[in-house]
Design a protein around this ligand. Sequence first.
Ligand SMILES: [Zn+2]
Length: 220
Amino acid sequence: MLSTSEENYLKAIYKIGQMNAGHPVLTNTISAELGTTAASVTDMVKKLADKKFLTHEKYYGVILSKEGQKTALDLLRRHRLWETFLHNNLGFGWEEVHELAEQLEHIQSKKLTDRLDAFLGHPKFDPHGDPIPNEQGSFTYRNQITLNSIQEVGKKLIMIAVKNQDVDFLKYLNNIQLKPGAVLEIISIGEYDRSYKIRINQKEETVLTFEVAHEIIIKP
Ligand SMILES: [Zn+2]
């Protein structure tokens, strides 16, 4: 059985690898991501290599083995299922669920995960709109673009996810009632600052800065 810390390393390495398009992950990137010293990363990488969860070559970096990848995806699956449960069934806001799921994801009972998944009706996306890996570790892919790539006025769009999941950002979106599933209509786009004046769910009108529009993911 893996310790919580070992699981967190595998998750971090997986996450960095995803952003790196699958390239080897350097140990100092891992220590920056986890906020730990280079020495403890070296120790842990050695430990995980001994357990065959990854391979490590000096100056080249770390690559997860099949087993390491499977474990990371399983963690991601548990994390996102718990977030969905907390949000849909226990009434937690989407800005609250991540921290709790960080703890709950370490419960390693497959029976619990499978029952949770079935109880929730096998959801494909979590409250932030991120895809939930299935039991085999595959995701549901869909086309998606950020709001700020839209230039046409008058278009009606459906929000499906957020790129930025900072608590403060999610609270800001709560205030203007923007969340996945919302229908956005672009009323105008600022010529100078490229801000987006939008109508949400055919009701409220609000102005989003270009930066905020960059964090909103919509169906193309
Ligand atoms: Zn999360």
